[in-house]
Design a protein around this ligand. Sequence first.
Ligand code: FES
Ligand SMILES: [Fe+2]
Length: 404
Amino acid sequence: MSPNTPSPRLVPEPTQTGTSLPLWTYASEELLELEYQEFFLKSWQLVGHVCDLPSPGDFLTFDLWRDSVIVLRGKDRVLRAFSNICRHRASRLLDGRGNCGGAIQCAYHGWSFRNDGTLSGIPKPENFPGVDKSELGLLEVRMEIYRGHIFVNLSEEGPRVREMMGPIDDQVAVYAPEGYEPMDDPVAEIWECNWKLAWDNYQENYHIPIGHPSLHRLLVETGEGLTLDNGINTGIFVLRDKPSSVARERRYQELMPSTDHRYPEGKRRRWLQISMNPNMGIEYYPDMFSMMQILPLGTARTQIKMIHHSPPNPSAEEREMQAIEVALLDEVNAQDKILVERIQRGVQSSGYKPGPLALEESGIHDFHNLVRERLPVTRLPEAPMRGSLAQENARLKSQAPTKR
Ligand code: FES
Ligand SMILES: [Fe+2]
């Protein structure tokens, strides 16, 4: 445990309904700027798995609004993360994923960086008298590998992933994610909504019976989920015994015993869903892994990114399950996109006051409380005067007690 980092603690179940953030917070560019600084630049973001980068020179990039990170395996086989910026005049270096061989060459003037990040070559070096190449390597970004998953963090703040996951690590260990294999490339889509609405939606299962009939036919929540005081919570679902009325779902149910050999008695046929503030849903299914990541692009424009991985050596039955699972998840995402974009239209209209949050929506309440704590300006019922939001937030922060 890092010095001064308190251990994550369990939060008791809520007994009272909560209140949502005021509507203006979903449409303020000035607030989005603070949210980016306060939440996205200070949080761990899952970018992939070690199995995605097996060979020296393999890289992937992760774009987070204005920022971009490269994760790269060096000749020494070590994985490192760097800012995706050339040290000469800041050109973006790499896009997507691939293999850069022994070096990355900038497309602008041709500076070259070895796959361990050090600067190897400058064209026409006589142009740079007195410049020390050893000081101009790529800028390293904080990176952590947790059970095979690669996380990056653009700040130096906060505890390590394994500390944050501590109380739920045994739940994750059941799925042995260290051994995962690549399944397909990440996919991304655009939702026309504020990022917080997409995250609100992810954090509550109150909408499942109406919004996602397929999930409702297949699964039931066990009530064994945990809520931690560090913004992480889990839900555990089991497959219903009753055969679904839909053939594809019945087939998934029939195939489920083919995954039993992977899990101990009592841990089979379960789905573990982890919400990780401010923007990631991490889901372990018996047949595959899936992550949903919510990345702001503007006040009403959000990228939804999905990553899948497979347990090792999936059988033909498990591959068939994965195909059904991916189709189900695509369908659920398409439903969520419609639902969330309809909320976006609601929060843009005048005269509406937020209604109460259900006990089943306590994840939203906890998240909104976190926003109120870290950005106290969001406690104001109306937006501050244009141009004054950051200043007003700083003023309120200096008055507010630091703990929720
Ligand atoms: S900006 Fe990269 S070499 Fe000039
Ligand atoms: Fe949903």
